[in-house]
Ligand binder design. Structure first.
Ligand code: PRP
Length: 211
């Protein structure tokens, strides 16, 4: 019997490259990560892989445009979607941090005022709420590190992997907010109708990645 088609939304960039390399090793031959192409849809056996902007992956899965997805836990938390999150993967590891210019001091005290530049307003709000601080949030789409260097914000909440962007822009980490890694997410209807197919792929992937 032929396996049913499964649409998988994957974060463009490092996660897509890594996951596709692992998929090739577990019986889904492809050269997606190696291709220098602008294609966004790839058919590999019964998989249809959608190369999505990371922050869009949870929405594709929630709304059923994809049956499942692979994306960083930062984007899942920020999107607050109605989806299942059955499995964490030991890839895409990084940290969500609060950072400020090296020559400034940021001491978090209840009731203080502070302006934060970030792509993650929800995570930022929640982090500061726990400290009884109501930050002014400046929502940005990228190059967030510029904000405290130009006076747009006092500090940033962003992810860091190697630490290069923070270092090269004369910033320092004030506090780690959370550890991040990639997760498999599944649409609630597809979880029932494509359970076997999704389980086959994710089990193979998890086994290979953990080796
Ligand atoms: C991400 C993040 C940091 C950088 C951190 O940005 O927002 O800017 O990577 O990585 P590092 O610690 O390894 O230097 P991304 O590359 O996604 O680009 P963006 O700033 O345009 O969002």
């Amino acid at each position: 019997m032929q396996s049913k088609r499964v649409r998988v939304a994957i974060s463009k960039g490092r996660i897509l490259k890594e996951v596709c390399a692992y998929l090739a090793k577990v019986g889904y031959p492809n050269d997606i990560g190696k291709k220098d192409s602008r294609e966004l849809i790839f058919n590999v056996k019964n998989l249809q892989i959608l190369a999505c902007k990371p922050s869009d992956v949870p929405r594709y899965v929630e709304l059923g445009a994809a049956d499942c997805g692979i994306v960083g836990s930062d984007c899942i938390l920020e999107a607050e979607c109605d989806i299942y999150e059955p499995i964490s993967l030991p890839i895409g590891k990084c940290r969500m941090v609060l950072a400020c210019p090296k020559n400034k001091k940021v001491e978090l005290k209840a009731g203080m005022s502070i302006k934060i530049g970030t792509k993650y307003p929800r995570i930022t709000q929640e982090f500061f709420l726990k400290k009884n601080i109501a930050p002014e949030i400046v929502f940005l789409n990228g190059s967030v590190e510029l904000a405290p260097l130009t006076g747009l914000a006092d500090a940033i909440v962003d992810i860091t992997e190697t630490g290069s962007t923070i270092r090269e822009n004369n910033l320092k980490i004030v506090e780690t907010i959370m550890e991040i890694s990639a997760k498999v997410i599944v649409n609630k209807t597809s979880f029932r109708t494509l359970n076997k197919e999704i389980e086959t792929i994710t089990t193979a992937l998890v086994k290979k990645i953990k080796i």
